[in-house]
Design a protein around this ligand. Structure first.
Ligand SMILES: Nc1nc2c(c(=O)[nH]1)N[C@H]1C(S)=C(S)[C@@H](COP(=O)(O)O)O[C@H]1N2
Ligand SMILES: [Mo]
Length: 372
């Protein structure tokens, strides 16, 4: 593809200085939880970043999106083609990395070579672009089509090979109207770190399926054979470890799991006794709306309902708050969520532990020190 260079300058200059940086090269960072839970729509400068390789600098005028495979008409589309051929669609959706809350799993057993994300590998934006389904219908779905694969224009190195990050989603999800080829985030053109000039956004699925710097779409019979679909982002039971895992036996991750997370107070915080406001976010399974978030200050014996802030909306996260009375001494506060389809969370992180550290949706807890 023409028009790709390595970024000559530091592209994270437009990011908020308070971001927690989990790795400088490639750049992986997220907002401090206290700032994260402050706004329903995460400002772009605070939005978490997950990169596996380079951040390509793509000339938007030279850019072309290739659509090929089991379709009737192969396509090569410029950004103007996309904007002028298809109606614009806006979707507010949370994006969550499968590795969010991995840090809690490290206390069970070590997880080498993976980022120790705490609560900050999630954010929410208003995305604008065109529905993938419209582009696929324009291309004409061919016989035997069952999956849609995506490849990015970045360069990642794994197992001695260099290639673009890739993923695939089942055709049924690809034809759902919420899946976007997005050129805007929060009302502005996408920034380099978030996939400019065009990225996929798959609401309700793990972040890894939302391929940035999208170069190619292939309609095919099988899931993508890209490392990040075929090998990484597979889910194993807690008893499997790196020495016993059979790669193909893990479940390819797609829909997010329901969970509620306490952003404030933080673990270890010292607070006065009496009423305290607890704040956080929650997501439903596969992006479904939340039914309730509950808090416990007594180890899970009794639960109080939190107030859900704003609307309960599909694809969006839910911010919530609750007031609980703190007694002097060490006190543990636990949060849990139930979504509109009745999905609930496992209680203990030992139930969710897996050797890659994905999808931790155990009840979230923080321990605070309460004064007299
Ligand atoms: N091309 C490309 N797309 C990518 C990635 C990547 O490294 N390269 N990372 C994925 C992962 S694992 C996540 S969680 C999201 C993060 O998107 P963000 O950086 O905009 O928050 O992008 C996904 N898309
Ligand atoms: Mo991710």
């Amino acid at each position: 593809m023409s028009g790709i260079m390595e970024h000559p300058t530091i592209v994270q200059a437009d990011k908020h200085p308070a971001l927690i940086v989990r790795s400088a090269e490639p750049f992986n960072a997220g907002p401090p939880p206290g700032l994260l839970s402050r706004s329903w729509q995460t400002p772009t400068e605070l939005f978490f970043v997950r990169n596996h390789g380079t951040v390509p600098a793509i000339d938007p005028d030279a850019y072309r999106l290739t659509v090929r495979g089991r379709i009737e008409r192969p396509l090569s589309l410029s950004l103007d083609d996309l904007r002028h051929t298809f109606p614009q669609r806006r979707v507010t959706a949370a994006l969550q990395c499968a590795g969010n809350r991995r840090q809690e799993m490290l206390a069970v057993r070590d997880i080498p070579n993976e980022l120790p994300w705490d609560l900050e590998a999630i954010s929410q934006a208003e995305w604008a672009g065109v529905s993938l389904s419209q582009v696929l219908e324009y291309a004409g779905i061919g016989a035997g089509a069952a999956h849609v694969a995506f490849t990015g224009l970045d360069e990642v190195e794994r197992r001695g090979r260099r290639f673009g990050f890739g993923a695939s989603i089942p055709l049924a999800k690809a034809l759902a109207p919420e899946v976007l080829l997005a050129y805007e985030m929060n009302g502005e053109p996408l920034t380099a770190l978030h996939g400019a000039p065009l990225r996929l956004v798959v609401p309700g699925y793990i972040g890894a399926r939302s391929v940035k710097w999208l170069g190619e779409i292939a309609v095919q019979a099988r899931p993508s054979d890209n490392y990040f679909q075929a090998v990484a982002y597979r889910h194993f039971p807690p008893e499997v470890d790196a020495t016993t895992a059979v790669e193909d036996e893990g479940v390819m991750l797609d829909e997010l799991f329901v969970s509620a997370t306490i952003c404030a107070p933080s673990d270890g915080e010292v607070l006065p006794g009496g009423p305290a406001t607890i704040r956080g976010y929650a997501v439903g399974h596969g992006g479904s709306p939340l039914a309730r978030v509950e808090l416990s200050g007594d180890g899970g014996q009794s639960w109080t309902a939190a107030t859900l802030l704003g609307e309960q909306r599909v694809w969006a996260w839910q911010l919530w708050e609750a007031t609980i009375t703190l007694r002097p001494g060490a006190q543990t506060i636990i949060a849990r969520a139930t979504d509109c389809r009745g999905h609930t969370q496992p209680a203990d992180v030992r139930q969710t532990w897996n050797y890659k550290g994905y999808m931790n949706n155990a009840w979230h807890q923080v321990e605070v020190q309460v004064g007299e």
